[in-house]
Design a protein around this ligand. Structure first.
Ligand code: ADP
Ligand code: ZN
Ligand code: MG
Length: 652
């Protein structure tokens, strides 16, 4: 295979924000609101009590002190006139100060006390004669800001943080209840909007994915005449998983199945299940299945199922909400009875991380792969999307299909749309070839550039894959080549497929050596035909090294080292390496192992180079044909071999 340089690999795990709630004890939203209210009331209580304690014990409020005598206004007047008042401090309504000689007064309990300090309360509107009197008897007096104002300020200052805290708590409490209301209504309305529409889409609207269509015909048949299937006790398709890159038409296919079978289509996106508060995802699933069952026969479509169906307990911050939703989904899929003809179709572009439980029999046990289209497929998709577009006579759809390798259905729909917009802007009555060319240029420069490869890249990939295919066909002891393609799949920009005749349980040395030659055939073809090598062989080289290493260390296939196993022993039960790091052979032996691995790989590479050099014409023929058709099957390959009269040769 020819591998894309993977430095810009997309991250495998998308991090979602707003995954459920951050409430770890997982209570219902209503409980949360109530608890919040209780908590805030408790807080208010605590703060009030502690505040009054502080007030009670604080030394600042001298009024309450035992040593201060409370004097009546009249007594105070007399003492001033008697010359016994040393000083006076005015503070709001209060007057405090010292007597010169202690005075015998009665305190609040009526017991007589001897006090030197006094306190009295002024007359409500002040006493105009008092100051004059104090002046006359030379009493020092001063004024302080009113204690009352001070107290108010104190209270405000004490309570300010509290007020803020309470405010925040109430804000959140109210918001929580509000979101909760929002969500319960949101869940419902969203479900209603997307549920049970009857698509007019049919298989004629989908092109370039014939294999997937072929697989889905059976589902359509079942939905059309469920009785027929049930009567014969046949296995009813329950869950179908559509796997393929974005934009290849998975959603379109699911709708087409519903359209073909004329059944209602219930759809929901996996991410919509997860991005809500606790408990809602599961109830949405229930809702969805209930409604679909009522409308049986029907189709449930779950887009982006990887959002819900990731392996459980995989990440550290495991998302309860997602697990609940996934469990509910499993429960619902197991809960169908035989009378209900509901087919669940799910779509994903990342099938590898899916929870195994989803793929068990009775659930999504059928996988349908939706591949990127080859140029024939792209031509068919172009035809579909230009059905209602007036095309100028100079438009050549074949040329366009050929110029867009790597593009998927959605890209092509976009291209046609852009071209039509350009034509409209230019006030043309039909879309011309020039509009298509300009639109393609624009898309290729644009930010969301689809995977379209340059001429030079395609040439390298074509020769690389031709090298794999040709070395595979020229040798005995190898699995037959069944298909070569330069249509990208996943990380691979090109793939050569081999199909073993039987399941193999052991491998001969010759088989392994031939494997090495074919694996290196890609790199060798780059060398032979183009003259320089590329990064595309990364994966091939990993495979080659692994095989060669095992030939030497595990299977005793090196003459120099003899029939000895140097491999690390594995725990026969757990399958893990027992003594990692502690090798049972010397540094010198390790060097010899490396040399032997190198020698075996080198020999295979030389063999690949010589095979390809002596069949250069055939190599060119395959590469050219691959550029033309993008995909070649075994029959086409054999025809090229016969045309160039290449003959298979024996082992090396
Ligand atoms: P996916 O679900 O695989 O991401 P969609 O089904 O949403 O892709 O495709 C988006 C749009 O692209 C479709 O509505 C359709 O217009 C166009 N499209 C994609 N694939 C095809 C196809 N195979 N044939 C025709 N149109 C396609
Ligand atoms: Zn390769
Ligand atoms: Mg989709």
């Amino acid at each position: 295979m020819y591998q894309r340089n993977t430095d810009d690999q997309s991250p495998t795990g998308r991090q979602r924000s707003g995954d459920g709630s951050n409430d770890s004890n997982g209570g219902s939203p209503r409980n949360n609101g109530r608890q919040l209210l209780k908590l805030s009331l408790l807080l208010v209580g605590i703060v009030l009590i502690s505040w009054s304690f502080i007030q009670f014990f604080s030394p600042g409020s001298s009024v309450n002190e035992q040593s201060v005598g409370e004097v009546p206004y009249s007594v105070f007047y007399k003492q001033v006139q008697a010359g016994n008042v040393k000083d006076a401090t005015f503070q709001g309504q209060d007057i405090t100060g010292d007597f010169k000689n202690a005075l015998s007064l009665t305190d609040a309990n009526g017991t007589p006390v001897l006090t030197k300090q006094y306190h009295l309360t002024q007359l409500p509107y002040g006493d105009p004669n008092l100051i004059a009197l104090l002046n006359t008897y030379h009493v020092q007096y001063q004024a302080k800001p009113a204690a009352g104002q001070n107290l108010l300020l104190n209270i405000v200052l004490t309570f300010l943080p509290l007020i803020v805290v309470i405010g925040v708590i109430f804000f959140f409490a109210r918001r929580a209840t509000k979101t909760q209301q929002d969500i319960s209504s949101f869940g419902k309305s969203k479900a209603r909007v997307e549920l049970g529409d009857r698509p007019g889409t049919t298989f004629t609207d989908v092109a370039g994915v014939d294999e997937a269509k072929y697989d889905l015909v059976e589902v359509v048949e079942f939905l059309k005449t469920p009785e027929k299937f049930q009567r014969l006790g046949g296995k009813i398709p329950r869950g179908v998983l559509l796997v393929g890159p974005p934009g290849t038409g998975k959603t379109l296919l699911a709708r087409a199945v519903a359209g073909e079978a004329r059944v209602p289509f219930f759809s929901m996106s996996g991410s919509a299940f997860v991005e809500v508060l606790v408990g809602v995802g599961a109830s949405r699933v229930r809702d969805l299945f209930d409604q679909a069952k009522k409308a049986s026969p029907s189709i449930i479509f779950i887009d982006e199922i990887d959002a819900v169906g990731r392996q459980r307990g995989f990440s550290i911050n495991s998302n309860d909400e997602r697990e609940q939703t996934l469990n509910q989904l499993l429960v619902e899929m197991d809960g169908f009875d035989t009378r209900q003809s509901v087919v669940v179709i799910a779509a994903t572009n990342r099938p590898d991380g899916l929870d195994k439980a989803l793929l068990r029999p009775g659930r999504f046990d059928r996988q349908v792969t939706v591949e990127r289209p080859d140029w024939n497929g792209r031509l068919a998709i172009l035809k579909i999307h230009t059905r209602n577009v007036p095309l100028a006579t100079n438009v050549d759809l074949i040329t366009i299909a050929r110029a867009t390798p790597g593009m998927v259905g959605a890209d092509i729909a976009n291209l046609v749309n852009e071209a039509a917009l350009l034509a409209a802007r230019r006030n043309l009555i039909a879309v011309t070839q020039n509009c298509f060319d300009a639109a393609l240029d624009r898309i290729l420069i644009g930010a969301e550039r689809p995977l379209v490869l340059s001429e030079a890249d395609l040439n390298v990939i074509a020769y690389h894959e031709s090298g794999h295919a040709l070395t595979g066909m020229l040798q005995d002891y190898v699995d037959p080549v069944t298909k070569v393609t330069i249509v990208p799949r996943g990380q691979a920009l090109g793939v050569t497929q081999y199909t073993p005749i039987d399941d193999r349980y052991n491998y001969s040395k010759e088989y392994l050596e031939a494997q090495l030659v074919t694996a290196l055939g890609g790199r060798a073809a780059e060398q032979v035909a183009i003259g320089h090598i590329t990064t595309g062989a990364e994966n091939d080289l990993q495979r080659v090294t692994a095989i060669a290493r095992q030939m030497v260390t595990r299977w005793g296939m090196s003459e120099r080292l003899g029939t000895i196993s140097f491999s690390e022993r594995e725990d026969p039960f757990a399958g893990t390496v027992l003594s990692s790091g502690s090798r049972e052979y010397s540094e010198q032996t390790a060097n010899i192992i490396d040399e032997e691995v190198n020698r075996i790989v080198k020999r295979a590479y030389d063999r690949a180079i010589s095979l390809l050099t002596s069949h250069r014409e055939t190599l060119n023929g395959i590469a050219r044909s691959l550029r033309l058709h993008e995909t070649l099957d075994a029959r086409q390959l054999r025809a090229i071999l016969e045309d160039t009269s290449a003959v298979p040769t024996g082992p090396l």
